[in-house]
Design a protein. Structure first.
Length: 326
């Protein structure tokens, strides 16, 4: 075979491999998907979120969490946003009942529809909002791949087995994330999203009062931190909110990893990260730093998560209103 023919053969093989194994290409996502069809889309989203976060920064955590909860059930298709007259949609499931900020997504959608009717999906809006709230709370930006379309099905029962709860052990965490195509590093990096937001006492109450069913506490939890939590959360408390990252729950930073390294992670799933070498090593590498690799890593892992089981091309639809199908 001549040198030129060999080069062409290798070139086409390489091109084929890139096409097949690059998830973004295979799924039809790309940065700047709306550059021609709605060039102002991302600017409109950014402007609305800036307005919201300037007066209600506590919504940052819930809006970021919304992207997680959407992607882990049926993929990143906006199915979490759908209403059900019989209260049987994803948002009605127990793990999603504490989510807030749907009205903000609706506000963004209204603004985007005004600029470009019927062009930008609700699924993409959720992804863009997640990025923009992180930036507003002093995190670094990243390029969001867009091109998702909206799903038409939302079923509360599908949250079970897909959404991984705060009591998960390390095996459940690693395996659950692997089923979504996410790595162990993605797991520990995106767990860093707990740097912002609050949680109801009910999500960790048993760690304080009934860890093994015998009225005991989780021995993995720092005793001093546990006593502070007990002052805020009484047995059976379902309503009180507690900061996930005390002192900086409205700021994206690496203090989450410092807390976890000191056995002060709020959830059992936080404590579990110290039981795996890869996740523990990452935690220790970020703990105590003012500006480590977490900021950059977070954007990379968010892109990875945003590729889960997306609908593109002619699949799904572009909803006119995010809470109902067209």
């Amino acid at each position: 075979m001549s040198t030129s023919k060999l080069f062409l053969c290798l070139f086409f093989q390489f091109t084929f491999l890139v096409f097949v194994f690059n998830p973004a290409n295979a799924q039809g996502l790309k940065v700047g998907f709306y550059a021609k069809s709605c060039p102002k889309a991302e600017a409109v989203v950014k402007d609305v979120i800036h307005q919201v976060m300037s007066v209600a920064p506590s919504l940052g955590g819930p809006l970021l969490r919304m992207h997680f909860h959407d992607c882990f059930v049926r993929g990143c298709d906006g199915s979490l946003l759908l209403d059900s007259p019989t209260k049987q949609a994803e948002k009605d499931a127990i793990p999603n009942q504490t989510l807030r900020g749907y009205q903000i997504i609706d506000r963004v959608k209204t603004a985007v529809e005004k600029a470009c009717p019927g062009v930008v999906s609700c699924a993409d809006i959720v992804a863009l909002v997640a990025r923009d709230v992180v930036v507003e709370l002093r995190g670094l930006s990243w390029d969001v791949e867009t091109g998702r379309r909206d799903g038409r099905i939302s079923n509360a029962t599908e949250t079970f087995g897909n959404l991984i709860g705060p009591t998960a052990n390390i095996s459940t965490l690693v395996n659950g994330w692997a089923r979504k195509g996410l790595s162990v590093k993605d797991l520990v990096v995106l767990s860093g999203g707990h740097t912002i937001g609050t949680s109801h006492c009910s999500s960790f109450n048993e760690r304080l009062y009934n860890f093994t069913g015998k009225g005991d506490a989780d021995p993995r939890l720092d005793s001093e931190y546990m006593e502070k939590l007990k002052l805020k959360c009484k047995p059976g408390d379902q309503k009180t909110l507690v900061e996930m990252d005390p002192g900086s729950f409205k700021t994206v930073d690496e203090s989450y990893y410092t807390l976890v390294s000191k056995r002060r992670g709020l959830f059992q799933s936080d404590a579990a990260l110290l039981e795996n070498k890869e996740t523990r090593d990452y935690i220790l590498s970020q703990a105590g730093k003012s500006f480590g690799s977490f900021f950059k890593d977070f954007g990379v892992s968010m892109v990875n998560m945003g590729r889960i089981e997306v609908l593109t091309g002619k699949s799904g639809e572009i909803r006119k209103v995010c809470s109902r199908v067209n």
